[in-house]
Write a protein that binds this ligand. Sequence first.
Ligand code: GUN
Length: 281
Amino acid sequence: MPQIIDGKLISTQIKEELKEKVAALKAEGTSICLAVIQVGNDPASSVYVNNKKKACAYIGIESLSYELPEDTTQEELLSLIGELNDRKDVNGILVQLPVPKHIDEDAIIKAIDPKKDVDGFHPQSVGTLCIGQPGFVSCTPAGIIQLLKRSGIEIAGKECVVIGRSNIVGKPMALLLLRENGTVTVAHSRTKDLKEVTKRADILVVAVGKPKMITREYVKEGAVVIDVGIHRNEANKLCGDVDYDDVAPVCSAITPVPGGVGPMTIAMLMHNCVESAALNR
Ligand code: GUN
């Protein structure tokens, strides 16, 4: 059977390390504060936002919570971001996505000071990642690199295939694997003969957004399989983009859903918040 990559355990280790760092910073007189903004009351977003605030409390990071009504205008939201950009006591700013349709998401992302962009979504953060300079990195792909490293999986020289090209996961994932000296291919919905491409992968990162789409026909024997998807099936059970029971017997390591990639996103957000304290001193 494959190595099961335990994201719950690894994210807990990271949070414990961060808790110690935050305590040390506090002892020096530096406190860290994250502003979390949610517009509207999408139930899934509320769950994510609450989990982020809970993680802050656990680690010792202060959080400011802004729950704005659905009909908040873009100008009002931009004005709040401007205020938070100017506040010396706020280190990180996070606007939970998606925002309501009447608000231009790109304009919101761009308005956040790159020094406080703990989500790593600002074009400047994406640019610094691309050219290998310091900056915030999108949390889910950064978490996947941690999962691989902390599970003793070498990336350098490996054939890495990422399925999915979103700005939040696929593209930064490809850049990070490249930074770690992987040989990287990005596959997507227009890729011809997807199976032929994914079968080359030593490390396969799946972010397609389709429940259980990836079966063993897509996977090389002995590959490492990372599943970014999270869905609820007919029986209300969580599952990923990978058909776990079918793929697990043929791979060398795999992330489960839940308990794989999911918990890493918040751990890396907390990591970015701690980094933001150094940037905003
Ligand atoms: N919506 C879904 N994932 C994320 C995330 O990582 N950050 C923000 N801000 N919104 C999200």
